[in-house]
Ligand binder design. Sequence first.
Ligand code: HSE
Length: 353
Amino acid sequence: MTAGQDGKGARMASPLKVAVAGLGTVGSGTIKLLQQNADRLTERLGRTILITAVCDKDHSPRDYPVDGYRWYDDAIRMVAETDADVIVELIGGAEGPARAVCERALAAGRHVVTANKALIAHHGMALAATAEANGVTLAYEAAVAGGIPIIKTLREGLIGNERRQVFGILNGTCNYILTGMRDTGREFEAVLAEAQALGYAEADPSFDVDGIDTAHKLAILATVAFGCTLDFKAVHVEGIRHVSPVDIAYADELGYRIKLLGIAALTDRGVERRVHPCMVPAGAQIAHVEGVFNALVVDGDFVDTVVQVGRGAGELDVLAVEDPVATHQRDAQALGLHLLAQRARVRVLAPVV
Ligand code: HSE
């Protein structure tokens, strides 16, 4: 559809052109959603989202149509040649092509949408500054807690509340493993292999099981929730490798579930940020969040406790498509991590050990 009148006589904006870098589990899920819900999105937005280009080195057949898109092997080249308004980066990794694609796209005045938690946790401040300097948006909703819209919840829905703490289950693979160990009594390695086969785990699963992925997400969450500087190194990190079926059985007997939690809390000494396995009382809502699902708990001064639960990993976890929608709806100068950090009034704690 082009600018001007649609078939019903209503004014329609020109399509929002999108180029997608990375057609793995997340990228493929994003494209399928944009294809399958295209009419609904156009109706709701008054604007069509048009995928114009995709990029992946792997040319094996996909279970969705790709013929209409210009296909690139090289993501940097795609950014240089495309006329897309939005670059969706779903390559992954804090460095290499993922970082270069985002830097170049923002510098070229294109909005960037990314689900890349490692990239944002390590380079989010610099990328946000580049976005602001160029009048475009860096959107990263899907980088934290998959399908749960926690970034929007904190920035918009709960903007009026002073947050006391934000915590939750942020890694689907670890929750899947802990759930599987509890349900079947199997050892850690056996359930990890299953999570990998299902496409939940990172390319290097130590990122999941050693708590690093949760720490990436928590670092971002803490900055959005409390306005502290984005600092991955300030997060205390401990994973679930050493948790055995016996630990889980004893916890059960005592009335607890073992969950890997990411916790950001406002204390008298500043913002505490930590990731480690926790004994969660069996009566707590998040004790019953099982399998690949994530959960977030926000404690606010007026709203009290808000709990959100949703799928945390896999093809359907991505709200990346929400973000190009947001770049279309909100001002280009939307509040970014950079501005949030500049406004920080809280001190930052050293890692808790
Ligand atoms: N490996 C991640 C997880 C993917 O298991 O949660 C989603 O970020």
